[in-house]
Design a protein around this ligand. Sequence first.
Ligand code: 8X3
Length: 247
Amino acid sequence: MSIPSATPVAVVTGASSGIGEATARVLADQGFHVVAAARRLDRLETLVSEIGGTALELDVTDEDSVTALAAVLPRVDVLVNNAGGAKGLAPVLEADEDDWRWMWETNVLGTLRVTKALLPKLIDSGNGLVVTITSIAAFETYDNGSGYTSAKHAQAVLHRTLRGELLGKPVRFTEIAPGAVETEFSLVRFDGDEARAAAVYEGITPLVALDIAEIIGFVASRPSHVNLDQIVVKPRDQASAGRFDRR
Ligand code: 8X3
């Protein structure tokens, strides 16, 4: 594995599927050397065999794994904090602590760990960009969703705080908050229950991963003085987390 130091490097977490995979493809097309990072190395290897770049096994919940990632990167120009997800839908009174722990570990502490580890290199690049994929769940709450909405709110607050703390440094911060995007998201949330996952997108035209990836490509190709702070993106058929026009 060799990561060039003369080409801009984009690190994408959760790159083995969905928004992460599509983003890796778009950024590779734009000329970045993409470091595709995730737990499922076999999928990443297939991806980089198609788009170039480097596949790296990464578990954002594991400090050593994140340290090892940072150690092999000669430079970092773009970081896309995409790893995360939801587990379950349960009222607060029936909250499953293990589900909560998983959601907070991946979405919140995962974003914290990776961002902390890579920020020095992003700043050294002279024009760094951190894109964090939050969710409309970072802006809204909904019944039975508190484990996820609280984690997404916290992840977003972490990201938005960095925008101020790093003011004056050559690094930009963009939060992208998607609504319904048809990926493995609901399959993971419902523990592999395909019928339940499919029902989330039934009767609507949901966003697809490429819709979000193209926005990230747009963000990454703006001139260095332009910081797109927050982008909320939903399907036309969705007005809020729980409000859809289903046909
Ligand atoms: C996914 C959007 O509405 O399921 O992040 O919370 S929602």
